[in-house]
Write a protein of this length. Structure first.
Length: 328
């Protein structure tokens, strides 16, 4: 199986390429840079075939896909700077990448007879209520430009082909790039107090785990819409485990507490409760951002196991493995 992966300079594309190599599949990476420009960590992606590709250039996309002749396209490339997407001078570019670029990749996949995986987001929903969003729920109501363009990207894929996996994720972290965990660790070193939002609820996604699932998917023809974040810890009476970890869906505050708790257990005393105080605040108290964020980012993931796929490990375990991987 030959797989073309877009966005290999980012967190997920990096891990998808390495997972393909691990399983003996032929992976070809693409991104805007002239050559692979992700982290030089000595992993297979750094030496795998690479094609410089601007996904907004339709003619170039069509020719590149024809030349590489993939069996599958895993489309990870996207504009993900949510607040910048609200700037008037950025909106056209955001749409070009997230909508037109996705349409180009989907049309090229259809022309090549290839499957396509499109990574989307909980931001296609309005974030109201507390009910977890179902993968096949069509009550879309994006709150911001990023969410709307990702939804329009979904629609472009569906119009182009029926051989698609549309996988919605949230709160992403991985080795190759910036993310919430790295930001918290960097800020926590130099502060004695941090204010963290506690009324936006969901679960994070570790790209290493997600990459394994995506390759599982492309080995099948179980097409459709899926949700894939790391699993919630089973609910307990009182909502917390013995070590104080939140069970069920979590907030950014709960996420942060666990990041620092585990970092402290690894010997980094600067992150323990004696050195760093976390203060839960509402979104309103924290201060408005350019883009509206959904309060309810709960994604129901049962469709994965119902269709024979393995659920991602729980988010607490994912943090532990990630902190070990980046060697904090």
């Amino acid at each position: 199986m030959k797989v073309l992966v877009t966005g290999v300079g980012g967190q997920l594309g990096h891990d998808v390429m390495n997972e393909l190599a691990l399983r003996g599949y032929e992976g070809v990476g693409t991104d805007l840079a002239p050559a692979y420009a992700g982290i030089q960590d000595g992993s297979p992606v750094t030496a795998m075939p690479y094609v410089s590709l601007d996904i907004t250039d339709r003619a170039r996309v069509m020719s590149a896909v024809k030349e590489t002749a993939p069996d599958v396209i895993v489309h990870c490339a996207a504009w993900t700077a949510v607040d910048l997407a609200e700037d008037e001078d950025k909106k056209e570019k955001v749409r070009a990448v997230n909508v037109d670029g996705t349409k180009n990749m989907a049309d090229a996949a259809a022309q090549a007879g290839a499957k396509i995986v499109y990574l989307s987001t909980d931001y296609v929903f309005d974030g109201k209520g507390e009910r977890p969003w179902q993968p096949d729920d069509k009550n879309y109501a994006p709150l911001n430009v990023y969410g709307q363009t990702k939804l329009d990207g979904e629609k472009a894929v569906v119009l182009a082909t029926d051989r698609f996996f549309i996988v919605r994720i949230a709160w992403v972290f991985g080795r190759n790039g910036k993310n919430f965990i790295r930001t918290m660790l960097n800020i926590g070193k130099n502060h004695s107090e941090l204010r963290i939002v506690d009324d936006q609820i969901g679960t994070p996604t570790y790209t290493l785990d997600l990459a394994s699932l995506l390759v599982d998917m492309i080995e099948t023809e179980r097409y459709g819409f899926y949700h894939a974040t790391n699993a919630e810890l089973p609910e307990t009476e009182g909502g917390y485990t013995a070590d104080g970890t939140k069970t069920g869906y979590i907030s950014w505050y709960d996420f942060s507490r666990e990041i620092f708790r585990q970092a402290a257990l690894m010997g980094h005393a600067e992150y323990d409760a004696d050195h760093l105080k976390l203060i839960p605040v509402t979104t309103a108290e924290y201060g408005a951002s350019k883009a509206k964020r959904p309060f309810n980012s709960r994604l129901d993931k049962r469709k994965l196991t119902e269709n024979g796929f393995r659920a991602l490990p729980d988010w607490q375990d994912a943090i532990k493995r990630y902190l070990a991987e980046i060697e904090i």
